[in-house]
Design a protein around this ligand. Sequence first.
Ligand code: PMP
Ligand code: GLU
Length: 396
Amino acid sequence: MLAKKVQSISPSPTLAIDAKAKQMKKEGIDVIGFGVGEPDFDTPAHIKEAAVQAIKDNFTRYTPVAGCQELREAICQKLKNDNQLLYKPQEIVVSNGAKHSLSNAFAALLNPGDEVIIPAPYWVSYPEIIKINDGVPVIVATSAKHNFKITATEIAGALTSRTKAIILNSPNNPTGQVYTRRELEEIACLALEHNLYIVSDEIYEKLIYGQQPHISIAALGEEIKTRTIVVNGVSKTYAMTGWRIGYAAATAPIAKLMSNLQSHATSNANSIAQKAALAAILGPQDCVAQMKAAFAKRRDYMVQKIKSIPELNCIEPDGAFYVFVDVSKLFGRSYRGQQITDSMDFATLLLEKAQVALVPGTAFGAPNYVRLSYALSLEQAQEGMERIENFIKQLD
Ligand code: PMP
Ligand code: GLU
C-alpha cells in the first residue's frame, strides 16, 4: 500500500484551476483567468539582469543551505526597515518559495497529533501542509460580520491540550483583509498565555490599498517574537512566482531545525534566483509601487462592478489581489436546466459556459463564496466581469 498520509493530501485546487485555464488557452479557447493568484507583470528588468549577471559570474554552485550570507543579511535589513523586526542572519532560512518555508516551519514545530488553528476562510495549502507534517488542522470559522478576521475569543473557543500553533495570514488570501494592531495584540496575548506558536504568513504585505498598515505580529514584543515564525517571499511583491524564493525568520533553534531539514530535502534554493531576490530586496522599489497602483485600479473596478450586480456581494479587500464574493443568492437557480447548488457548480458552469475561471469557496473552507484574483489586466477584468454579469442574467 502506498503512503496513507500522502494519499490523504488533495492537490492544490488553485494550481489545478490555473492548469485547466492555461490548457484551455493553449487549445485556442478565450478564457478569462480570475483563478490563480499570480501577478501578470513581468519580473522587473533590474532583477532579471541580476540573475543574468549571476550566471556570468558563475554564481552557479551550492550556497549555504539557508541561503547565501548576503541575501540573509539583506532580508534582516528589510525586516528591520519595513517591519521593525531585529533578526540575525542565522535566524533566516531562505527556501524554494514561501510555500516551502511554511512546510519547513510546520515540520520544525509539530509532533504527531499537534493541532494547528486555521482561521477559515483560509489559503488552500495550509491544511494540507499541516497534515503532511503530521499535524491536525483545526479549522475555525470566522464571521463575515468581523470581515473574516479571527478574534482571540474565537481562538480561545478552539483551544485544546494539543493546540500547538495558529496560522495567521495578513493581508489575507482569499479575503483581502488586513489585521489591525489591536486585533493582533489580542491574539498575541492569548498565544503567550497558552504557549502557542504563531506562523505569520506575510507574503502580501506590500499589497495594501486601504489606510490600515501591515503589522507583523512578531513586532509586538520580544516575547511574541520568540513564539512566531514570520514567512515572506518575493513571489507576489516582485512578480517572481516562478523563481521560487521565500524565507522564514524565527529564533535560532527553530531556524536551525528548518535548515537541517532543508539540507536533506532540497539543499539551498536556486543560487541564481537568490541573486535575483537580493536585487529585488535591495534594489529600487518603484516597480512595487507601479504594480500596486495597477492592482489598486483593478480592485476599485472589481469592487464597484460586483456591488452593481444584485445577486453578488463582497466585502472590500484592503490588501492582496483577491475579491471574495458571496454567490449564495445564486444557489437554487439554473442555467439551461443545470442547477447551481453550490459555489463549485457555479465555478464549473461559468468556466464551461462563459469561459471565466475562478476558484470556488469550498477550496478555502467558505462554500458560499468564490474567489476572484485581479492579477490580470484591467481590460481582461472588465471582459471577465461582463461575462459573469451576462451569465447571471441567463439564469432561471
Ligand atoms: N501564502 C499565501 C497566502 C499565498 O497565497 C501563496 C501563494 N503562492 C504562498 C504563501 C506561497 O507563495 P510562494 O509562491 O512564494 O510559494
Ligand atoms: N497562492 C496563489 C493562489 O492562491 C498561487 C497558487 C498556489 O500556490 O496555490 O492562487
